[in-house]
Structures are given as C-alpha cells and as structure tokens.
Design a protein around this ligand. Structure first.
Ligand SMILES: *[C@@H]1O[C@H](CO)[C@@H](O)[C@H](O)[C@H]1NC(C)=O
Ligand SMILES: *[C@@H]1O[C@H](CO)[C@@H](O)[C@H](O)[C@H]1NC(C)=O
Ligand SMILES: *[C@@H]1O[C@H](CO)[C@@H](O)[C@H](O)[C@H]1NC(C)=O
Length: 824
C-alpha cells in the first residue's frame, strides 16, 4: 500500500517536471524579443541580449498586486526601473503581456480585458518588441532597415528612473515632454506627488515639483554642470550634458564605464538620488542626493535673499538689500524676502554690481544669447530698464554667452564653486560707497607708508643685532617655482652644517627620532643646551625638494602655540635641512596607539589635545594672514611638547590660498588614506573642509584610541567612522571610548566631543562645520546639530580601483602619505 502510493507520487512528479520543462523550452526561444504571436505570462521573463535587464511580472514591496516591469537582471536585489501598468495593477497571476493590433503593447487580465496599452501614432504590419540592455523597451517595424526607428519606447514614458541614454526634457516638434514621476510609496508604483522636469521656460534647469509647486531646482546649466550642484560636476561614473536646439531641449547622461550600474531616481518624498551598485555585500550606494540641505528648498530666503548653510541664521539679504519685513525676518520668517536699500532709477542711469560664489537665481522667464560675451551682455542689460541682472551662460574658458534676468531674483544660495552674477543697482548706491572707498583707500595708503617706514627701521636695527650675535649667520632665500606656495621669498635664520653635525652627534642613528615627510629627522643639542629637531631632505627624492621648499614658505611666517615652530634652516651644497624646536613627547600616534602609554593619557589631556589641534587648524584656515590648507593632518603629524601641548607639523603638502579663495581642484591627490575626505579622494577637490574631515577622524581616534584605517570589529565591516556613526545612531556613543582615566566625570563632554567629531566627517563638505565653529562648539554647552552620515564609513570606500597609488613618502608608523594620479 505504502509502496504503491509513493510510486504514484513519483510518476505524478515526473509528469509535472516534464510539463514545466516544456514551458521553459518554449520561453527560452523568446530571448529578448516579443512578436505578435508570443505571449508573456506571469512568471515568464524576457532578458535583454547582454543579460543586463529583464522584463516580467512582479509585486512591489509588501503588495500582492501584479505589475509588468523591467529590472536589473545581474544583481540580487530586485530593482525595478520601469513599470508598465503602474495605475492599473492586476490582482492575480493570470495576466499576460503581448503585442496587439499592429504594434501596441498591452497588459491583459485573466478575462482578456486590456488593462494597459501603449498608443503610438503609427501602426505597422510586422511589429516586434525588443528589450535593450540599456533598459529601454522598444517597439519597431521588423521590416524597417533602420534599427533605431522606434514606434514606441519606454524611455519616452519613464516612471521614476532616469537611466543612461534617456532624454529628460522637451521635444518641441511632437510637443511631448519626458519627465519622471515618483512612486506613491515603496509598495505602490502608481503616480506619486513629485515630478522632475527639464524646464525650458528660460534657460534650462532641472526642477523637482510637488504637484505644480516648485520644490527644488538645480540652477541653470553652465556648460560644466548645474549652477547649484557643484558636487556632481566631476565624477568617474557618468558624463552629462544639456542639449538645446530648435527641435528639442533635454538633459541626458552616459555611463563612462558600461560595466558600472548606476541610476538616478526620484523618490516618494521628492528626493533625487543617484545610486551606484557596488557589490553583493554593499549593494546600492547613494552617490548624490538632492536636496542636500534646507538651502536647497526653493526660495527658502525669499526674493533677493541668499541662503548660506554655514551661517546661523541661514538667510541673509544680498549686499545692498534689506529685509522687507524686518520683524518677521528677526523671527526667521523669511517669506517676504528682501528689498533694495535704494530703489532703482533707470532714468538716472543704473550700474551693475558683481556678486560671487552663488547659485544663480531661478531662470524661468530669463532670456539668453549664446554669442554675446559678458561685456556685450552687460551693455545689453543696461539698455533695457526691466533687465535686473546678467551672468555668463557658460563658465568654460573664462566664460561666454549671456544670461539675462527680468524681474525679481529668487532662490539664491551660497555654493562652493558658485558663480558670478551682476545685479542692477541704483547708481547712488555705488557712488556714495565709492567716495567712502576712496577716502578709506587714501587713509590706508598714508597709514601703510608710515608703517612701512617703521618696519624698515626696526628691521634694519634687528638685522644688525642678529648679524652681530650670530657671527657667521647668513640669510637664505628660497624661491618656490611650483604654484604650491606661490612665489614667496622667505628669510630664515641660517644654521651652519658644522654646528648641526655636532648637535646631532654626526647624524648618528642613535639620534634619529623619525622619518618626516621628505627625509629622516634627528634630535640635536645646541651648544647653549637648547634641544632641536633637524629634518633632512633626503637627496634621492625630487618630489621632496618641492615639499621641502613648500614647508619652508608655508611655515616660516606662521606663529601659533599649536603649530610646530621653525627655528631656521641649513643649506649646504646638496644638503638641505630644517631646524625645529624639539618636542619631548614626540608624535601623538606613538602614545595614542600604544596600549601601555595610552592608558596614561586621561580624558582631560585628550580634550586638551583635541582643543589645541582645533585652534591650530583654525589659525591656519582663517586667522593667519595666509589661508593655509594642511592636506595631511593625521596623528603622526601632531607633535606633543613636554606639557602635552599639541603642535601641528609637516607642512610639506600644505597649500596657501589668497584671502577669498576657499579651495581648489587638483590632479595630484596627496594625503593619507583614512584621513582624506571623499570629495578630495574621489574628485581631487580640496578646501578647508577637507582638513575639517581629517580633524574629525583625529577626534574620533583620540577618543577611541583606535586607528580609523585598519579598524576591525567582529560584528561588522565598518571602519572607525562607520562604527562611531552606528553607535551614535543607536544612542550607544559611550561604547566608542577606550578605557582611560577621567571618563566618569566628563561623560557629557565626551559625548559632545564624539558628536563634534561626527559632524566634521559628514559626507558633504558643506555640512561640515568650519574650524571656528568647531572651536566654539568644543568650548561651550549649546545644542549641537544632528550629525548626518559620514563619508567613507566603510574601509572599501576609500580605495578606488581605477587610481594608481604611488607612495612617495614614508613615516615611522607605516601610515603612508600617498599621491594619487588618476583620470579625474
Ligand atoms: C569598469 O568597471 C569595472 C567594474 O567596476 C572594472 O573592473 C573595470 O576595470 C572598469 N573599466 C574601466 C575601463 O575603467
Ligand atoms: C528621498 O530622498 C531624500 C533626499 O535624498 C532623502 O532625504 C529621503 O530620506 C528619501 N526618502 C525615502 C523615503 O527614501
Ligand atoms: C526689455 O526686455 C523685455 C523682456 O525681454 C521686453 O519685453 C521689452 O520689450 C524690452 N524693452 C525694451 C525697451 O527693449
């Protein structure tokens, strides 16, 4: 009985298997096309020829409804990039997808009703549908010799995904617009509240709308990118452009590497996000998002207001404008915006004033001319009394083209790499100011001359004295040819080789205390008993010469108690040396990461060190008369004197900036993995905010006693930043601390310091505080902003496979400053 039953079961199973195999065989022949004689049933799929994408029935999220859609075929997480019947789901699995009536695609339910179909204007005798590897589902005439001649294509009817090769924008001939619309929710692909458009009314810009209300705009296209999205301009993933001609205006992008999977989406709450697939463990990683912060909210500061995310309050009026409603403005109600201090008076002749570093105002209603230059543009704008502002259209090659605004200027913010705009002003505004300026200038000139005289007098006096004292001392001039620290002549006390040889016991190995940025460092004892550190430039490295000169010119004129002090230098034939004050306690890493020594470093000392570094860095960034970005801040570059005062050292990679510049872009990324910010590592963009990032890493290292790079945890793959962030989000920040004395008394201060560290390592440079805010935050008890996700919170992030790493600098701790020369 038992045996008979199991036999029966087996033969049933056999039949079932055969039937399903027959089904599969029927499908396999289908490959990437669908002809009118074929039907795609629920459970079947069409795969594009290269296997990149699949089309079939699916249920989103927790829903049981059935939809026809396209998803990536090569990755595990089902990621739907297009939906056919988004408004008309099927409630069971009896649906079909097929070509009907000479070229229309249709979704048909179990009782043969068409619930969704395409309608192309043309029909053909021999249609065929094909799924392309780009994710485009196309219908064409099988007899048409031109394979690009589509009757219909899903790329012209997207849902919430903007894919490489799509044209987002307007075709003026067909009067059709291609735009994205969000899903209603994760479980429901029907049309949600948000749409994203390429808006051609005026000069093109991308806009995100909720219903009809503008939520966010990218700013106008400037030839390189969008005025308000500096982060997205340079990347290794995709290239993008805006195409404008009399037939069409659209935005599109192409992937630079076709094996990288990258997509742009508009999510259910109106956020635009660029995703890139990393691998099965990390899955999708967000590369860009908008909005980035409150300043991205359309018109946040009202007309003629300007939003600056590092300011508090965020909104201000443009220069020479004042709040329309000063009381409301005080209460942070910015809706009324700002008005001119002096009304325009066109008949008396207006002038234009230049404003820099801004996201250009809303260009709806603007006009443009590609052939005018900026000067012609200004002249044109001046002639028309209703023209309120003008700017260059295209910022490449020093700027070209002409963009003109008529009326009020809305939605301006401060952005890194912002642009110049010339705003119309009553002439009296400038003249009164101009007179004042002239007066100040004259006074300053007179004052300057008196000062100069005094300085010269003092200088010669002092020089005479030094000469008498130092006997053989001469002065050395180092002129830097590289642009790193522009042409600056530096005068330094000069030591002679003999006295340094003597002081360091003939540069004996016993006196060697480390390996600096460009060569060995020796301890020395001068005749008078003064301890010094002598840093030698090793003769082998060419790179070293530049860094050596750079260090001299950067640090020679700086004085701050948290910067290491340069006493002089020595240049003798091939030998180049720098002489520093000696630091009894050597570098921070030697104490911090040593299990024995670190237990002696109690919390008050650690906080003292954090504070000192912050002050030293603030001085470099804004208080010294030069603006200096260190670029290689790390524990081994922090020296400690006998009282454990921290001193920032090693300026070999530092860059000097003029008063108004805040950052730059470089093809030569130098720094140390684990401390470099994402925008610097990936895009070569550095600014004071990249130093802030490194500072944040240092803070977390000082608190935890662990290195960011090489951090291991048994529960996860995160680095120290990721670990700190995870604990912070879960309210367990205290677990980050190492064990050392002084903890219990200062818990709130420690928590606060961790949060400050996390604020400094936030992914986006504009979110990170400036060093002066950091110093303030460390020193008081006010409420801190919530920290957002850090950059590079997994170790893997920091290393890009496509960059060649050449290590040119070694240090005592195996932490290597590196140079990246990459295609960027
Ligand atoms: C493209 O990306 C793949 C996967 O990330 C990588 O292996 C390959 O080297 C890249 N090709 C180029 C030309 O960059
Ligand atoms: C949508 O995108 C925005 C901006 O990137 C993000 O802040 C928000 O969390 C996202 N919403 C959802 C539901 O994913
Ligand atoms: C000024 O420009 C506006 C907007 O383009 C236009 O309507 C108006 O005719 C122009 N006025 C003059 C005097 O050219």
């Amino acid at each position: 009985m038992n045996i008979r039953w199991s036999k029966c079961y087996m033969s049933f199973h056999f039949i079932a298997t055969t039937i399903s195999l027959l089904f599969v065989a029927r499908l396999l022949q289908a490959t990437d096309i669908l002809t009118p004689s074929q039907v795609l049933r629920d459970g079947d799929t069409i795969i594009s020829s290269g296997g990149d994408v699949a089309l079939g029935f699916f249920s989103p999220g927790k829903s049981n409804n059935r939809y026809v859609g396209i998803w990536y075929n090569k990755i595990k997480v089902q990621t739907v990039i297009w939906v056919a019947n988004r408004e008309t789901p099927l409630t069971n699995t009896s649906g079909m997808f097929k070509l009907i009536e000479r070229g229309f695609l249709a979704v048909i339910d179990g009782s043969n009703r068409v619930v969704w179909s395409t309608n192309s204007s043309e029909t053909v005798q021999n249609p065929v549908a094909q799924l392309l590897d780009t994710g485009n589902l196309v219908v064409k005439d099988a007899n048409d010799p031109n394979p690009e001649n589509f009757l219909w294509q899903s790329f012209e009817h997207p849902t919430d995904h903007f894919l490489a090769g799509m044209k987002l924008g307007w075709n003026f001939i067909t009067r059709r617009e291609v735009y994205l619309s969000s899903w209603k929710s994760y479980d429901d692909p029907s049309t949600g509240d948000y749409t994203i458009h390429c808006d051609p009314s005026g000069y093109p810009q991308l806009t995100i709308k909720k219903g009809d209300a503008l939520q966010l705009r990218t700013g106008p296209w400037n030839g390189v990118g969008f005025s308000g999205v500096p982060n997205g301009r340079k990347n290794t993933i995709y290239s993008f452009e805006v195409v404008m001609n009399e037939n069409e205006t659209y935005y599109h992008y192409e992937l630079l590497n076709h094996s990288v999977i990258s997509r742009y989406t508009l999510n259910e709450s109106g956020g635009g996000q660029r995703w890139t697939w990393v691998d099965d463990t990390q899955g999708w990683v967000i590369y860009l998002t908008s909005p980035i912060d409150s300043c991205d909210t359309y018109g946040f500061c009202g007309v003629h207001g300007s939003c600056d995310i590092v300011n508090s309050p965020l909104c201000g009026c443009l220069d020479r404008f004042m709040p329309e409603d000063p009381i409301g403005w005080q209460r942070t109600d910015w809706s009324k915006g700002c008005v001119r201090r002096t009304p325009l008076n066109c008949s008396k002749g207006d002038v234009f004033l230049k404003y820099s570093g801004l996201k250009l105002p809303d260009t709806r209603g603007s006009r443009f001319n590609v052939s005018m230059n900026l000067e012609e543009c200004g002249a044109f704008c001046l002639k028309n009394c209703s023209c309120t502002a003008y700017a260059s259209l295209d910022i490449r090659n020093g700027g070209s083209g002409c963009l003109l605004w008529f009326g009020e200027l809305v939605d301006i913010r401060v952005v890194s790499q912002g642009e110049d705009i010339y705003i119309r002003m009553a002439s009296s505004e400038i003249n009164s100011k101009g007179m004042k300026h002239k007066l100040i200038l004259i006074l300053a000139l007179i004052g300057g001359m008196i000062l100069l005289g005094l300085c010269l007098m003092l200088y010669f006096k002092k020089r005479k004295k030094t000469n008498q004292l130092a006997g053989r001392a001469r002065s050395l001039s180092l002129t830097n040819k590289k642009d790193e620290c522009h042409d600056r002549e530096v005068e330094l006390p000069l030591f002679d080789l003999n006295s340094l040889t003597e002081a360091t016991d003939n540069f004996s190995l016993r006196n060697k205390i480390g390996e600096g940025g460009f060569g060995p460092v020796y301890k020395g004892l001068l005749e008078g008993g003064k301890e010094i550190a002598v840093k030698c430039l090793s003769q082998t490295s060419l790179q070293g010469v530049d860094e050596f000169k750079n260090e001299v010119s950067c640090i020679a004129k700086l004085q701050h108690r948290n910067l290491v002090r340069l006493l002089g230098c020595c240049s003798h034939g091939e030998e180049n040396m720098l002489v520093y004050e000696y630091m009894t306690n050597k570098s921070l890493d030697l104490i911090l990461f040593d299990p024995l020594k670190s237990s002696l470093l109690d919390w008050p000392k650690r906080f003292h060190i954090i504070n000192g570094i912050a002050r030293g860095l603030m001085y470099l960034h804004q208080d010294s008369y030069l603006r200096i970005i260190h670029r290689d801040l790390k524990a081994s570059n922090i020296l400690l004197d006998s009282d454990m005062n921290p001193k920032i050292s090693d300026f070999g990679l530092a860059r000097i900036f003029g008063g108004n510049e805040t950052g730059a872009n470089t093809n030569r990324v130098v720094g140390t993995y684990g401390y470099m910010s994402p925008e610097y590592t990936i895009e070569g963009i550095f600014s004071v905010k990249s130093d802030v990032f490194s500072f944040g890493v240092l803070v977390l290292e000082i608190i935890s006693g662990k290195k960011n790079r090489g951090f291991l945890h048994r529960d996860h793959q995160l680095n120290l930043l990721g670990h700190a962030w995870m604990l912070y989000k879960e309210g367990r920040s205290l677990e980050l601390m190492g064990s050392y004395p002084g903890i219990s008394l200062c818990l709130s201060k420690i928590l606060r310091s961790i949060q400050i560290g996390l604020l400094c390592v936030q992914q986006y440079p504009e979110d990170r505080p400036s060093m002066s805010s950091v110093v303030l935050m460390l020193g008081n008890e006010g409420v801190l902003p919530e920290a957002k996700q850090p950059g590079f919170f997994t170790e893997r992030d920091a290393l890009k496979p496509d960059t060649s790493v050449s290590s040119n600098v070694a240090s005592s701790t195996n932490e290597v400053s590196i140079t990246l020369l990459g295609p960027r």
